[in-house]
Design a protein around this ligand. Structure first.
Ligand code: DGY
Length: 321
């Protein structure tokens, strides 16, 4: 290892993060912000002690097998780590970290944004204003659904889920949740726990996914689960598209069983899902849940804290493998 550890950074990071990074490390930067292929990742990793990637780079078992022995740590600029084969990385002795906590507020803000956007038909209204097709007003015009005082079901009551619950309480929503484990009463803040997903789904007016993608949760929101919702439920997903069977979601939105969906994440990214985009009752964003300046800086600093700890010989605070 050289005096300064070398870090291969796969995407363009915020200026303040790069400034701090360059003080402590020899860096290989991607200032053009181009998405590297697997071959390019392997090639650029040849001299790296560490890689600092985003969720856009997929560390599959095949890619991990091709990484050189010099790579000791993958310090992700993301809280989600479903783009990493953690078993393959751990088997190779590569430490993996993420950036929890710092994006909970931003992601919860985005969940509220898409929830309101879906419930109040914001996409339809906005399009109408842009294409000049707003021609009349009447009591029956653009009528959506209230969220104030309704029941919000949260699947995955981690940091983002808890922050969303706090925001939703500002709209006097009743919170029910499903999580692997029940929270302590001080964290629950009155939210009602169900140890069975089947009990949550029929009780929600709005359902929000806030859980990670794992072998257990991949594709769990499928036709069968959708049919358990009460008709007219509003669906929100700011976690990961891979949690959802998108064809089943499209069918439920077409039939009206799900009244509207507010989504920030898709199975296919970038790009999204054109069947969802063709529907009037969707409010869609391009995976920008954590995209504000403060949060992106904080994510970068958190990734650097993990690198600093590792290269100082200490356990990184956010180790996930
Ligand atoms: C995350 O941190 O997981 C966000 O989805 C952005 O990558």
């Amino acid at each position: 290892m050289s005096a300064k550890p070398s870090v291969f950074v796969t995407r363009k990071l915020p200026d303040a993060v790069l400034a701090r990074l360059e003080k402590g490390y020899t860096v290989d930067l991607n200032l053009d912000d181009r998405l590297y292929s697997s071959d390019e990742i392997v090639e650029r990793a040849q001299n790296a002690d560490a890689i600092l990637p985003c969720h856009t780079e997929h560390f599959t078992a095949e890619l991990v097998a091709r990484l050189p022995e010099c790579v000791k740590i993958v310090a992700n600029f993301s809280v989600g780590v479903d783009h990493c084969d953690l078993n393959a990385l751990a088997a190779k002795g590569i430490v993996v970290t993420n950036t929890p906590d710092v994006l909970s507020d931003a992601t919860a803000e985005t969940a509220m944004l898409v929830m309101l956007g879906a419930a109040r038909r914001a996409s339809e209204g906005e399009r109408m204003m842009r294409d000049g097709s707003w021609k009349s007003w009447s009591p029956a015009f653009m009528v959506g659904t209230a969220i104030t005082g309704k029941t919000l079901g949260i699947i995955g009551m981690g940091r983002v889920g808890q922050t969303l619950a706090r925001c939703a309480r500002g709209f006097e929503m009743d919170i029910i949740y499903y999580n692997r484990t029940r929270l302590s009463p001080d964290l629950e803040q009155g939210a009602v726990y169900y140890d069975n997903l089947d009990d949550v789904l029929p009780k929600c007016d709005v359902l929000s996914l806030n859980c990670p993608v794992t072998d257990e949760t991949r594709g769990f929101f499928n036709e069968e689960r959708i049919n358990q919702l009460s008709p007219g439920t509003i669906f929100v997903n700011t976690a990961r598209g891979a949690l959802v069977d998108e064809a089943a979601l499209v069918a439920a939105l077409k039939s009206g069983h799900i009244a509207a969906a507010g989504l920030d994440v898709y199975i296919n990214e970038p790009g999204g899902n054109l069947d969802l985009a063709a529907l009037p009752n969707t409010f869609l964003l391009p995976h920008i849940g954590s995209a504000n300046k403060e949060t992106r800086d904080a994510m970068g600093f958190r990734a650097l804290d993990n690198l600093d700890a590792y290269f100082a010989g200490n356990p990184p605070g956010d180790r996930v493998a």
